[in-house]
Design a protein around this ligand. Structure first.
Ligand code: CA
Length: 699
């Protein structure tokens, strides 16, 4: 037992030695995917690879490559495109290790692609049960893999951690990381720190308890688990931190789960030996039903600094105490060194959903500064002494509808930002979206349902006129905007910044754009065939620099925002990995939308039944099929189905006949009478669309 556990250390030491004398020499790697700790630590210096999700463990997404720069970026052209066979959201940042791309598509499928030719090397399908879509808040997406010591690691939508052979794609181990009886899902990219695969999960919209785990890279054995919120306080706490945390909760939160899920961001500082993770919103969203007596509800909506060897909490900072708005702090965590007030500071930066840009001392968690980077109406600012938000009075939504900025989609969501040390700017994919909050007076916990405590019927669709998005260049020292590139749609792609004085970003409108990093001048734009939400990456191969991005419109806003998401205008959602180089000449097929003639379906609709259907739709269906049953361009528009579909709706909703397409059966939760109510609601929405179209052509 002892010898076995020592062996990996010996190997690790020998491999690390190969890097020590020369330092900059590119090492010979035997076998595919040979990424070790030494390589991860020195990732900033290897230009022909992209070794982990955020390029380096500091997650800056900055490349020192300069072959493509502000003077020649206009000559960038498509080199090749790989189609993974998907038509839903693509969120992954592809890793590139020694000439091979490792990336993911929808349903957690992993692809290894030859970077020189764009040819598929292998494909691994974890066969995620399609019913999982019914408990996925935010599309059947995946943000990518980790590569380590000849292995590829993926977290699957249905809660597994799978380790694959990087050469062949053959599975080596598979661990179930979540309780299959609860609505957990995984969309994040795992990270590997000191031989441990770090992985969290999501599900707080449906009702789960958040945690982050570390698994042994070789065996898949659980090394530690940190629960982010306390469980039932009548039972022993799993770790000491939870005893203190439980004092900040009231009511019976553990029955729903409490939330605080670690569903995206992770960064690591090897000098301080601290692992940083962001936690999500409370579950249910509304604190009035989650913790009726008030309280901060530790550690929801927080940044946690943990020891990677033990999972022990070193410090925490709660961005949104007692979160009442789905203000997750799972957004990108980025580490940098900044000169602030004449002092070199080791900082952690985050632009979470709540609209404030935070700069923390990453050794202590001390708040250095926080200012609004977006339109914020829920808080006047952050009190520098206490680190707490100064909440605006009069936003109690128990008995009335209140409008709040930012929305649960966030002033910034998971779409990665980037930091360019040369301009000193952070490039944030920012959203301006309002939201109408009202407590559902009849809310009760329903396992498997959308458990938020909100009345969704207050706004039947999300009008496109009220939303927008922009690329925001933010000075983290002065805490102010330097420039912005305005878009009409929110939910634009993640960003990449380079030493060529460039920022790259894909847009919701289906373009891929390069800006001058220092002043935001647009220098290049190309059609990408579909809306882009993922972040680009760059690398050098055989002496040439390339920029790559995954294009595929999707994710929470695209599915749920209805009319507002449809405004992005994505018409063909064929997913692709797009690779560009200077002088590239490949052509991209772009399809145009066809607007079909809609036949009216005569129906005698009862207003009460339509209202019941409206409530049911937004509790069970709207998260994927869009606010007001308006498609955002990912799934078919339910107002525009072929007439026969409405007659077979019971087969679809209760008997799962469309399960292979990802439409689960809701037989466990819904009755035939509910389906009749849903049908009435959909027909009322179809009638409204027909009226709209008729009004549009009438002079
Ligand atoms: Ca959430």
């Amino acid at each position: 037992m002892k010898i076995r556990s020592l062996l990996p250390l010996v190997v690790l030491f020998l491999e690390a030695c190969a890097f020590l004398p020369g330092g900059s020499e590119v090492p010979e790697h035997v076998g595919a995917g040979q990424v070790d700790d030494a390589r991860l630590l020195a990732a900033a210096d290897e230009n022909d690879v992209w070794l982990s999700y955020g390029r380096t463990q500091s997650e800056q997404r900055f490349s020192p490559l300069t072959q493509i720069d502000e003077n020649n970026v206009g000559e960038l052209g498509l080199h090749w495109a790989f189609e993974p066979g998907t038509r839903r959201g693509l969120e992954a940042t592809p890793l590139l290790v020694d000439g091979v791309f490792y990336t993911t598509g929808t349903w957690s499928v992993v692809f290894a692609i030859d970077a020189r030719t764009g040819d598929l090397k292998w494909r691994y399908d974890p066969r995620v049960p399609r019913k999982t879509a019914g408990i996925a808040c935010c599309d059947v997406v995946n943000r990518g893999v980790a590569v380590y010591r000849g292995r590829v690691y993926v977290g699957t939508l249905d809660g597994r951690l799978v380790s694959l052979d990087a050469e062949t794609g053959e599975p080596i181990f598979e661990v179930v990381t979540t309780d299959p009886t609860r609505p957990y899902t995984i969309t994040m990219a795992p990270r590997v720190v000191k031989g441990k695969v770090i992985l969290g999960n999501g599900g707080a919209e449906f009702g789960v308890r958040g945690y982050v785990s570390a698994y042994d890279w070789e065996t898949g054995e659980l090394v530690w688990r940190f629960y982010t919120v306390p469980g039932d306080p009548s039972q022993p706490f799993e770790h000491a931190e939870l005893e203190a945390a439980a004092k900040t909760w009231t009511g019976e939160w553990w029955k729903v789960g409490g939330g605080g899920t670690v569903w995206d961001s992770i960064a690591y500082d090897p000098e301080l030996d601290l692992l940083y993770v962001g936690t999500g919103n409370g579950s249910p969203w509304s604190r009035y039903v989650r913790s009726p007596g008030g309280g901060d509800n530790l550690y929801v909506s927080s940044i946690l600094a943990l020891r990677p060897d033990t999972g022990k909490l070193v410090w925490y900072y709660q961005n949104t105490p007692g979160d009442n708005w789905d203000f997750t702090s799972t957004q990108h965590i980025m580490l940098a060194e900044l000169e602030i007030d004449g002092r070199e500071r080791r900082v952690l930066m985050q632009a979470p959903k709540n609209g404030f840009f935070y700069v923390l001392d990453r050794e202590t968690g001390e708040l250095i500064s926080a200012e609004a980077y977006a339109k914020v109406t829920w808080a006047k600012g952050i009190d520098k002494k206490t680190g707490r938000p100064i909440e605006v009075e009069g936003l109690d939504y128990r008995n009335t509808v209140v409008e709040v900025y930012p929305s649960p989609h966030g002033a910034h969501n998971w779409h990665p930002m980037s930091f360019n040390p040369q301009t000193g700017l952070v490039y944030i994919p920012a959203n301006e979206i309002p939201y109408f909050f009202k407590l559902d007076p009849e809310y009760e916990y329903k396992p498997g349902a959308w458990n938020l405590g909100y009345d969704f019927t207050v706004a039947d669709s999300f009008p496109r006129e009220v939303v927008s998005g922009h690329l925001l260049a933010w000075d983290p020292v002065a805490q102010k905007e330097v420039w912005r590139a305005q878009y009409t749609s929110p939910w634009n792609g993640g960003t990449l910044s380079t030493a060529g004085n460039l920022v790259f970003q894909g847009t919701a409108h289906g373009t891929f754009v390069a800006y001058r990093a220092s002043d935001g001048k647009q220098l290049w734009e190309t059609p990408a065939g579909t809306g882009i939400v993922a972040a680009p990456m760059t690398y050098e191969l055989d002496g040439a620099q390339y920029v790559a991005v995954m294009a595929g419109w999707g994710g929470a806003f695209a599915l749920a925002a209805g009319d507002a998401a449809a405004a992005a205008g994505t018409t063909d959602n064929t997913g692709r990995l797009l690779v560009y180089k200077l002088g590239g000449t490949a052509r991209l097929p772009v399809h145009e939308a066809i607007e079909r003639e809609l036949a009216a379906i005569p129906a005698d609709l009862d207003a009460d039944q339509v209202l019941r259907g409206n409530h049911l739709f937004h509790r069970w269906c709207g998260t994927c099929h869009g606010s007001g049953a308006v498609s955002g361009g990912v799934l078919p528009d339910l107002r525009q189905a072929a007439p026969g579909i409405y007659d077979t709706i019971e087969d679809i909703v209760l008997r799962g006949v469309r399960m292979p397409n990802g439409m689960p059966s809701f037989a466990e939760w819904l009755e035939p009478s509910d389906v009749a109510d849903l049908r009435a609601y959909l027909l009322s929405r179809r009638a409204a669309l027909l009226e709209e179209r008729a009004a549009a052509v009438t002079p």
